[in-house]
Design a protein around this ligand. Structure first.
Ligand code: PEP
Ligand code: MN
Length: 337
C-alpha cells in the first residue's frame, strides 16, 4: 500500500500514521525527498485500517500498487528519482543522458588511465571498467581483482570521474568500500542472486542493476525491490539486451521496455548498447535510439586499442568513435528530453 500525504503535512502526523501501521504488523518505508511525505507499507494492511487512513484529512490518497513492486514503483516518489555519483546526477531531469564509458575490463594502469582520459574528453560523467569479470569460459581473462579496483579508482580520480565496476560476490564488498568504488554494478548474470543483492544493499553502495539475460520486466523490478527493501537508496536500472531467437547480434536490445519503465518506476534508466550489439559498428545507432526512447544514461564500452582488449574487444568503440557518439547523444538529448 502507498499512502500519499497532502503536501506540507506536519512530521508528527506522518510519524503517527507510520507507528499505527507498524503496530498493525506492517513493514513501512518512507519516501525521503520533497515536500510531500509518502509511506509504503510492503505488507498490505487490513481493509478497515486502509479505509480509516484514507479518510484522514491529511491524506491525499491511499493506493494499492497494481504490480508486486512497491518501493520501485513510480507511486512511491513524488518525482522520478535522481542518483548522484560524485558530482554527477543521473535521472530523468538531466538535460542530456549521462555517458558511462570505459573498457570492458581493467587490464593495466596504462590502459585504464588512457581510457579515463578519453572518456573524460568525450564528456563522460562516469568511468566504467571491470575488475571481476563474469566470463562464459573459465579459461578467459577473469579480471585483475582488487588490483583492478585500485587502478580503476586511481584512473577515475586522475580525471575527476566517479567509477562503476561489477561485483560478483558479497566477499568483494570490503574491497569495494576500501577503494572508494562509487557504484557497484550487478551484472546480468547476477540479477537474481538475492543474497548478493541483500549484501550490497546493506553496504549502502549505489548500484547499477543490469537486466538479466532472460529476465522479464517484473523480475527485474523485483530484483530492484530487493535492493531497495534492504537499504539501497541510490539505484539505476540498466537495459543491456535480452536473449531472443535472433542470432545476428549478441543479444536483442529491448528499447520497448523504456517507456514502460518510465511509467512504472521512479528509478533512472541506463541503456548499454555495447553488450546487446556485440559489434562496435552497431553501437552508435542503438545508442541514438536509446536516447530517443528516454535513456537517462548510456553505458558504452571503449578501449584505446580494441584489437588488444582482453575481453569484449569486438564491441569496444575507439576513442574517436566515443567522442562522436557522445556529441550525438547530447544533441539528441537536447531535442527529446
Ligand atoms: C559488463 O558490463 O562488462 C558486463 C559483463 O555486462 P553484463 O552483465 O550486462 O553482461
Ligand atoms: Mn563487457
Amino acid at each position: 500500500m502507498i499512502l500519499r500525504f497532502l503536501p506540507g503535512t506536519p512530521e508528527e502526523q506522518v510519524q503517527q500514521v507510520r507507528e499505527r501501521l507498524i503496530s498493525e504488523g506492517c513493514r513501512v518505508h518512507r519516501s525521503g525527498e520533497g515536500a510531500r511525505a509518502i509511506l509504503a507499507a510492503v505488507d498490505p494492511p487490513a481493509e478497515a485500517l486502509l479505509k480509516e487512513l484514507a479518510s484522514r484529512p491529511d491524506v491525499e490518497r491511499v493506493e494499492r500498487p497494481r504490480y508486486p513492486e512497491v518501493l520501485a514503483s513510480a507511486a512511491f516518489r513524488d518525482a522520478p528519482s535522481v542518483v548522484r555519483l560524485g558530482q554527477v546526477e543521473i535521472g530523468r531531469s538531466t538535460p542530456s543522458p549521462v555517458l558511462i564509458a570505459g573498457p570492458c575490463g581493467v587490464e593495466s594502469a596504462e590502459q585504464v588511465g588512457e581510457s579515463a582520459r578519453f572518456a573524460a574528453a568525450a564528456g563522460a560523467g562516469v568511468l566504467r571498467g571491470g575488475a571481476y569479470k563474469p566470463r562464459s569460459s573459465p579459461y578467459a581473462f577473469q579480471g585483475l581483482g582488487v588490483e583492478g579496483l585500485r587502478l580503476l579508482k586511481r584512473a577515475g580520480q586522475s580525471v575527476g570521474l566517479p567509477v562503476v565496476t561489477e561485483i560478483l560476490d558479497a566477499d568483494q564488498l570490503p574491497a569495494f568500500l576500501e577503494h572508494g568504488i562509487d557504484c557497484a554494478q550487478v551484472g546480468a548474470r547476477n540479477m537474481q542472486n538475492t543474497s548478493l543483492l541483500k549484501a550490497i544493499a546493506r553496504s549502502g553502495l549505489p548500484v547499477l542493476l543490469k537486466r538479466g539475460l532472460a529476465a522479464t520486466l517484473e523480475e527485474w523490478l523485483l530484483a530492484a525491490e530487493y535492493l531497495l527493501a534492504h537499504g539501497t537508496t541510490e539505484l539505476i536500472l540498466c537495459e543491456r539486451g535480452i536473449r531472443t531467437f535472433e542470432t545476428a547480434t549478441r543479444f536483442t536490445l529491448d528499447l520497448t521496455i523504456l517507456p514502460v519503465l518510465a511509467e512504472r518506476t521512479h528509478l533512472p534508466i541506463a541503456v548499454d548498447p555495447s553488450h546487446a550489439a556485440g559489434k562496435a559498428h552497431l553501437v552508435p545507432a542503438l545508442a541514438r535510439a536509446a536516447v530517443a526512447a528516454g535513456a537517462d544514461a548510456l553505458a558504452i564500452e571503449m578501449h584505446p586499442r580494441p584489437v588488444e582488449a582482453r575481453s569484449d574487444g569486438p564491441q569496444a568503440l575507439l576513442p574517436g568513435e566515443l567522442m562522436q557518439l557522445a556529441g550525438e547523444a547530447r544533441a539528441l538529448g537536447a531535442i527529446v528530453r
